[in-house]
Design a protein around this ligand. Structure first.
Ligand SMILES: NC(=O)c1ccc[n+]([C@@H]2O[C@H](COP(=O)([O-])OP(=O)(O)OC[C@H]3O[C@@H](n4cnc5c(N)ncnc54)[C@H](O)[C@@H]3O)[C@@H](O)[C@H]2O)c1
Ligand SMILES: O=C(O)C[C@H](O)C(=O)O
Length: 330
């Protein structure tokens, strides 16, 4: 029997990432080549016309797996019955805007969207927040969805993970597929910590293969952590195709499982693992089993890593305090 279509809601659908993402979802790359999808696009009223244009192009691709495209400016309608929610639309930081203003503006988006997901989503809903500040936006959305298991709310650090794979592969002159067990810890920000201490290259220790602490500290970590800013500087706009690609990787692995012998990186509400305060949406090494993320346990954290994980987690705590003070979460 043919599978029923999966409802995939994409917010910010008329934006750059939306344009790079929607065609890949409709072609089957998000969920698999045998899973039909119904796309539900959420946009602000001013961008509805542009979203309609994208929907026309989606029609023109005649994707066999695309069961339909609906466009909304009301989150309650867009998230009704949603199975996979990709929260891409966010308020960007503009000139002169303080961090507090940015958090407040995004709280005004992600609080109501979390509440709409809570009230209308399907039982198996999975949420990926891409819009920045992604970790804290996910925290806000999750706080407004008390009826949904907290671990269904995730924020994206897969782009950072893929960037780290690529940088390490270039350094060692190997293929990205030769590298396993790399981790991004903490916040999707410049404080994130890309960790290669448990990583393997063709089965041997990546740190031993690199054998260059100075490169690790002064080149690899800052290059990965500041890559988003470097892309903005070069392109005049933030990463879009690579962000869409990472969102596809994240959801595909969540639904279909991560390969044996490897893990990936996802920001999700902490259960207290590795000393990260409970509830903070922080990035961890994870595997996906039976459709759920599981934090990889039992890794030894050396002093070099501890210091950097703690610094990024401190930043997340500050963001949580700031949104609490604004009354955006309890
Ligand atoms: N986590 C990551 O790795 C990562 C990587 C790249 C970009 N980002 C972030 O993703 C976000 C989107 O990037 P982009 O390049 O597509 O931006 P963009 O400005 O091109 O598009 C954003 C879209 O969101 C829409 N939007 C704004 N408020 C909305 C709301 N309340 N509901 C629905 N739609 C809304 C806007 O109309 C716009 O079309 C940004 O916050 C960016 O910083 C995150
Ligand atoms: O949009 C940004 O600020 C950068 C983005 O999060 C990225 O990592 O490319």
């Amino acid at each position: 029997m043919a599978k029923a279509p999966v409802n995939v809601t994409v917010t910010g659908a008329a934006g750059q990432i939306g344009y790079a993402l929607l065609f890949r979802i409709a072609s089957g790359q998000l969920l698999g080549a045998d899973t039909p999808v119904r796309l539900r696009l959420l946009e602000i009223p001013q961008a509805i016309k542009a979203a309609e244009g994208t929907a026309m192009e989606l029609d023109d691709c005649a994707f066999p797996l695309l069961a339909g495209v609906d466009i909304y400016d009301d989150p309650r309608k867009a998230f009704d019955g949603v199975n996979v929610a990709l929260l891409v639309g966010a308020r960007p930081r503009t000139k002169g805007m303080e961090r507090r203003d940015l958090l407040e503006a995004n709280g005004g988006i992600f609080g109501p969207q979390g509440a709409a997901i809570n009230d209308g989503a399907a039982d198996d809903v999975r949420v990926l927040v891409v819009g920045n500040p992604a970790n804290t936006n996910a925290l806000i959305a999750q706080a407004h969805a008390p009826d949904i298991p907290a671990d269904r709310f995730t924020a994206m650090t897969r782009l950072d993970h893929n960037r780290a794979l690529s940088q390490l592969a270039a350094k060692l002159n190997v293929s990205v597929s030769d590298i396993k067990k790399l981790t991004i810890w903490g916040n999707h920000s410049a404080t994130q910590y890309p960790d290669i201490f448990h990583a393997e290259v063709n089965g041997r220790s990546a740190v031993e293969a690199v054998n260059d602490e100075e490169w690790l500290r002064d080149t690899f970590i800052p290059t990965v952590a500041k890559r988003g800013a470097a892309i903005i500087e070069a392109r005049g706009a933030s990463s879009a195709a690579s962000a869409a690609n990472a969102a596809i990787d994240h959801v595909y692995d969540w639904v279909n499982g991560t390969p044996e012998g490897d893990w990936t990186s996802v920001a999700l509400p902490s259960d207290g693992s590795y000393g990260v305060p409970e509830g903070l949406v922080s990035s961890f090494p994870v595997v996906s089993r039976n459709g759920s993320w599981e934090i990889v346990q039992g890794l030894e954290i050396n002093e070099f890593s501890r210091e950097r994980i703690d610094a990024s987690v401190r930043e997340l705590e500050e963001e949580r305090e700031a949104v609490r003070a604004l009354g955006l979460i309890k």
